[in-house]
Every structure is written in C-alpha cells, then in structure tokens.
Design a protein around this ligand. Structure first.
Ligand code: ADP
Ligand code: MG
Length: 333
C-alpha cells in the first residue's frame, strides 16, 4: 500500500497542488468569497476570483495571503481545507505526507496553524518548507551540491531572492514588492494621467498584455475601459507599453536592488558559480516582459526564466517529496 504524497504551493496569488504519480492536479487563485452577514464561505478559488471588484455590499472576495503574510488566518485555513478536501485525501489508501510551501515571512504561530489545518484535512505528516528553496528545485537546479544557485521568485505579494548551496539558503531577501504592487502602480498611473478609475483586474490585464519593464523592449497598445473621475461615466482610453514601463520603473528598481544586495552579501566562491549558471527567475512575475533583460543588465550575470515559472514551486514539492527519504537527515519528522 502506498501513500500519495501531496505538495502544496500556498501562494499569495495562486494555490497549486501536486500529487505523487499524478502531477499538478489543482491550480486556483488564492481567493475566498464570504458573505459577511451570514459569516459563510460562498466560493473558493476561480469562482471567487471572478467576483473580485464585482461584489455587492454584504459579500467580500478576499485574498487571505495577499501581502505575503497571513492577513486573515481563519479564511486561509478555510481555503486550505477546501482545496485539500477536494482531493479526497481521506479516500486515499493510506494517509499521505503533505509538504506545504508558504510565504517566507509568516510567524511560527501561523506555521503551526497551517500545519494543524493540513493534519485535520487528513495528512499523516506535515512538512513546511521555504518557498525559494522549493522554487529552485522545481526550476531544475541541483541545490544539494556545494555550489551557488541563485533564484529570484516574483509572486503576487512578495519577491524572494535567495542564494542556495548544499540544500540550504545562504543569503536571501524577501520584499513586499511583486505582481500586486505593480498592478497598483498601473492603476494609480491611469488615475493620475487620464483621470480614469480602473479595477485591479484591468490593471493586471494591462501589465500582462502590453506592459514591459525594459525601456524600448515592447511596443504595443490596448484599449481599456474605466470610470471617468469627472463625469462619472464609462470611458475608453488607449494605453501604450512605453507608459507602463515608466509607471513600473521605480517599483521594479526595488526588485533589482534587493537582488543586487543579495549578490553583494554572497561569498565569492558562490558568486563565481552564479556567473557560470545564471540567475533563475520563477513565479508569475518571471513572465513580466523584459524582467530578464533588466536584471541581467543590472546584475551583470546571465538571467534565465524557468520553464513554467508559475509551476516551479508545485513541481519542486513533488521532487522534494520523492527525495525526502534519500536526503541528508534533517528534522523532517
Ligand atoms: P504567488 O506565488 O504569490 O501565488 P504567482 O507565482 O502565482 O504568485 O504569480 C502571480 C503573479 O504573477 C501575479 O501578480 C500576476 O499578475 C503575475 N503574472 C502572471 N502572468 C504574468 C505575465 N504574463 N506577465 C506579468 N505578470 C504575470
Ligand atoms: Mg509563489
């Protein structure tokens, strides 16, 4: 009898679940819709995401992990349980081990609560791991050798920069500047320049379809609709790549700066390895147009985008679980 080990990427924007032998079987936004009057969960995941910005007064569509800290624990727990229950773990032949990757800066109280939620949902053993480490493994890096590997994971709420060697983080930095803040910069820019109010979803659409962070690298435009601040009526405007590059410039500079400071604090032998292997980008923010070019220009090292950057952590949990028994003994029990 074998247990199907489960790996969970509990991200600020998306939750992915990997099941041994099956691959990634769940990929949904980290959103929960609740009815505040009835104190009831109405929808979780994709269904809840469609409600963001479109709910009547008594309903809220909440992203419980939004800034990379657990803003609302009860809702995080409800979401985690909902997703695990969907897998019907209790119907598994034997209780699985569950490996969960959560934002790097959550407190020990929050870690304990996540562990308990997973145990209650049917886990035999619950292991928590640091996200950049698992992202690096999922991106195909062999981080267990005595050599330097650098990963920059740009998610929704946080960017995690880490240099790893022999399976552990050597230097790292975590900042609350990532995809969501970039969307907010775009929203503010449109408000300032065009006196037009748009929602977060529209701002994200602009970022993905015409945005770039490398000057001159993209030249596209998109028509977007919003509410005119003066007349109060709907209005359409055209936004160009060049404008978005300017709007995102300062925010993206913080990601560049954090990456530089991690490199500066890295022991020289490991830096040399990073020059050879390059920096790997993971997370949805790795798809940000021009980010690889910008970082390699600024850091003077090769920068590569991982294959399927949004799935690296989930894939990494699968690899980690496969190798758990073979790895040098650490406190995994
Ligand atoms: P988390 O690990 O925090 O859940 P993800 O790794 O799932 O985050 O990444 C989510 C972020 O990636 C969002 O901010 C989203 O806007 C951004 N993103 C997704 N696709 C793209 C794209 N093609 N271009 C730019 N940003 C993207
Ligand atoms: Mg992530």
């Amino acid at each position: 009898m074998f247990a199907r080990d489960i790996g969970i990427d509990l991200g600020t924007a998306n939750v992915l679940i990997h099941v041994k032998g099956k691959g990634i079987i769940l990929n949904e936004p980290s959103v929960v819709a609740i009815d505040r009057q009835l104190e009831k969960v109405l929808a979780v995941g994709e269904e809840a995401r469609r409600m963001v910005g479109r709910t009547p007064g008594n309903i809220s569509a909440i992203r419980p992990l939004k800034d990379g800290v657990i803003a609302n624990f009860e809702i995080t727990e409800a979401m985690l349980k909902h997703f695990i229950n969907k897998l019907d773990v209790k119907g598994f032949l034997s209780k699985p081990r569950i490996l969960i990757c959560c934002p790097t800066n959550i407190t020990s109280v929050e870690q304990k609560a996540i562990r308990e939620a997973a145990m209650k949902s049917g886990g035999k053993k619950v292991i928590l791991e640091e996200e950049p480490k698992i992202a690096a493994i999922g991106a195909g890096m062999d981080i267990f050798q005595p050599s330097g590997n650098m990963v920059v994971d740009i998610g929704g709420g946080t960017t995690d920069v880490a240099v790893l060697s022999m399976g552990e983080i050597v230097t790292s930095s975590s900042l609350k500047m990532a995809g969501d803040k970039l969307d907010m910069e775009i929203l503010q820019y449109i408000k300032r320049e065009y006196k037009l109010l748009i929602g977060e979803r529209t701002a994200e659409d602009i970022k993905i379809s015409v945005g770039t962070v490398f000057p001159g690298a993209r030249n596209e435009e998109i028509d977007i609709r919003g509410r005119d601040m003066v007349s109060g009526l709907p209005r359409t405007i055209t936004v160009r790549s060049e404008e978005i590059e300017k709007a995102l410039h300062e925010s993206v500079a913080l990601i560049v700066q954090a990456s530089k400071s991690v490199l500066e604090r890295t022991p020289p032998e490991l830096s040399a390895d990073i020059i050879d292997r390059g920096v790997i980008l993971t997370g949805g923010g790795a798809l940000l147009h021009g980010i690889d070019q910008l970082l390699s220009d600024e850091l003077k090292v090769p920068v590569l985008i991982a294959e399927n950057p949004m799935e690296c952590v989930a894939i990494g949990t699968g690899i980690m679980l496969e190798n758990l028994d073979k790895l040098p003994v650490r406190n995994y029990s």
